[in-house]
Design a protein around this ligand. Structure first.
Ligand SMILES: [Mn+2]
Length: 434
């Protein structure tokens, strides 16, 4: 088992380097420390499921034999369990851009002083011609800009600038990036949070716990989203709404955060003229009192228009299946033809009984003759599936827990569809027609 990890108080360069390392070592498990910088924490609150990253608690690291360390060179900057660190057979691969060498002795290393560690990672990624998604390019560029002060810190090298150009060519999204790199939590934000907590009010709407805070602000306060996020955590509610009135302009900024699939903040903010995704959204409202705005949100929350999205809304169908009696040869042909990694296996009554995947071929099929055997003999029988009425959050939870990219949707034992990681992703980015 290979594990990728990075430094405590993880910043965007560290997070970007961790994700970049998964492109270079797809079989490795990325693990981040518990302590994260505020803006990374905010980013992960919404994107953690898309990135497939773990904390040490979430993985079984007993068999770790390789540690890939990125953006750090000393043990005291990491949070690696003692058993791993002390293991005799541990192999270490290291990427670090810090000028002073640390005490980690690596078996292979790329230690070079450049502006951002992601620049070193991209050097290898470019060589291997890995294709980057928009989210990856954007996250990588955020790391690069953060560590080089938008290419202005004296530590910036020409290679950092070329890497920035490369990421822009690969569709890094500057809108999203500017959102990610907003300055973290400071004194102004602390004052607002303090005001919010002074008048903290928890209410129940449709059985869900909601926190409302109404605070007058003076002019523009950056990063109120982080403040509302913290407010929701402290109050321990399913969703929180901060209503901030700027009296000089006679308008209110409303920011919502939700942890519960039953509350789609994006939908609520859209009905009020703003926007967002299910977990987060905001709206600017003119000439309306804070009390009136709270009343509108309550109405929207209790109204029936909150039809929450279910797995059945996201899944694809019909699903190609294979009968358990068919041969492995046929299964192989089906996998090749559809270009997918696995096919659900059904019995005579069309009930799902297993799944046959490329992995089963690689692991279990040793001789040519076995290809004549029925699928039943090789399929995995512990199928992780989901019911159509479950939420997208439930689906991504299962995908992360079991590290699978596709979940059969099963109703009364019958497979009625399949939901993939990209279906769930599309949902998080709010591309589902409503
Ligand atoms: Mn760095």
């Amino acid at each position: 088992m290979k594990i990728i990890t990075t430094h405590k108080n993880t910043d965007f360069d560290a997070l970007a380097s961790t994700i970049a390392a998964t492109l270079l070592h797809p079989e490795a498990v990325p693990v981040i420390p518990r302590q994260l910088n505020a803006n990374v924490k905010e980013f992960l609150a919404i994107h953690k499921d898309l990135l497939n990253i773990n904390t040490w608690k979430e993985i079984d690291y007993k068999n770790a034999d390789t540690l890939i360390v990125v953006d750090a060179g000393s043990w005291n900057r990491l949070m690696v369990p003692r058993e791993i660190r002390n293991s005799e057979k541990l192999k270490i691969i290291l990427y670090d851009h810090h000028p002073h060498e640390g005490d980690i002795r690596a078996d292979w290393q790329c230690r070079e002083q450049v502006g951002a560690n992601i620049t070193l990672m991209l050097r290898d990624i470019k060589k291997q011609k890995v294709k980057l998604s928009t989210i990856q390019s954007t996250l990588f560029l955020a790391g690069l800009y953060e560590d080089t002060g938008n290419l202005a810190f004296p530590s910036t090298t020409p290679e950092d600038a070329r890497t920035a150009a490369f990421l822009l060519e690969n569709h890094a999204d500057l809108h999203l990036l500017n959102h990610m790199l907003r300055p973290a939590y400071g004194q102004k934000q602390k004052n607002v949070l303090f005001e919010m907590l002074k008048n903290a009010k928890r209410s129940r709407v449709n059985g869900l716990r909601i926190g409302f805070a109404k605070v007058p602000i003076d002019g523009f306060v950056e990063n109120l989203a982080v403040v509302v996020h913290m407010y929701r955590e402290i109050l321990n509610v399913d969703a929180a709404f901060g209503i901030f009135a700027d009296e000089s302009k006679n308008n209110c900024v409303v920011i919502g955060r939700s942890e519960n699939d039953g509350i789609n903040v994006g939908t609520i903010m859209r009905s009020m003229g703003g926007g967002g995704v299910p977990a987060a959204g905001s709206v600017l409202i003119k000439e309306k009192s804070m009390a009136a705005i709270e009343e509108s949100i309550r109405e929207l929350l209790s109204g029936a228009q909150q039809a929450s999205i279910q797995v059945s809304d996201l899944m694809s169908f019909p699903v190609t299946t294979i009968r358990e009696k068919e041969s492995m040869e046929k299964a192989a042909a089906q996998l090749r033809e559809k270009g997918c990694t696995g096919v659900p296996v059904v019995d005579e009554d069309a009930k799902i009984v297993g799944i046959i995947s490329r992995r089963d071929f690689q692991r279990k099929v040793k001789k040519e003759s076995q290809l004549k055997a029925p699928v039943k003999a090789f399929m995995s029988t512990n199928v992780i599936s989901i019911e159509p009425g479950k939420s997208p959050g439930d689906a991504s939870g299962l995908m992360i827990k079991y590290d699978i990219g596709r979940l059969p949707v099963v109703d009364n034992g019958r497979i009625i569809g399949i939901v993939t990681r990209s279906d769930v992703m599309r949902y998080w980015y709010d591309l589902v027609p409503e």
